[in-house]
Write a protein that binds this ligand. Sequence first.
Ligand code: AMP
Ligand code: MG
Length: 286
Amino acid sequence: GRPMDNPLIVHISHLEQWAPLVSEIPPRAMELAKHFWPGPLTIILPKSTLIPDEVSAGQATVAVRFPSHPVARAVIDAAGVPLAAPSANLSGSPSPTEAQHVLADLDGRIDAVLDGGACDVGVESTVITLAQEVPRLLRPGGITPEQLSQVLGHVEVDPAVLNPLAAGEKVLSPGMKYKHYSPRANVVLVKGNLSAYIDYVNSHANEGVFALCYNGEKRSLQVPAVAYGEQEDACSQARHLFDALRKLDELGAEVVYAHSPQPSGVGLAVYNRLIRAAGFEVVELG
Ligand code: AMP
Ligand code: MG
């Protein structure tokens, strides 16, 4: 169900597979690769003629990633070519982080799942484009803007990372325009300290209302709750977020009040996914 204008990431298992896919590898791209590959970073450069339009969705650029997981790399090695592939979910539902999630979406439509265990990072790769003068972060992930700046100097953060797109606005990263990461429930992002959050949720307790909170907060809440990691540990939030969103759907949540993460470091990626899951509906508590 993936829209045709949403480009795929091309995955490699050896650094030498990169050069034929792009028009050239500038020094700053090689620096990034040295620091962060193999790992959760996708680098966009102008494409070579090897990349068909089906992969780049008609764009003049190609996104390449070198994953760290040994099973992913074994699959690419077995293919004998770089692998253009999406995440193993139905378009629109949260990305899978466990084999069970893949089956929940795709059982009956696919022959097999290779189970490499639960994902380490949890949210999708960081996407950066080097196809323009100033490097630009298109999608935050496990590699943070701060880490990228240490290697590249100034990095722009695309406005679509934190803000909704205006109607008809053109996007550099087509994935950002879809209502990605959307559970069936109506998610509302609630910003405020713990006591304000608890008061807000408890005063809205009702049939079908659930909370998406941090570990340890459940006992103060008067609605059923799913926790998505430690308040002070953005990596644990990233790891558990998509599983938590799927659980809320399984539990039949209709409205979900999500305790908002801090949008810095890996937390920027968590915030970016949650605010999309919430369709940019935010409650700010004083
Ligand atoms: P995924 O949905 O996790 O498979 O990641 C693919 C996403 O990477 C797309 O939705 C785009 O947002 C981004 N992407 C891939 N290729 C390109 C490209 N050539 N230019 C800009 N963004 C891209
Ligand atoms: Mg995807």
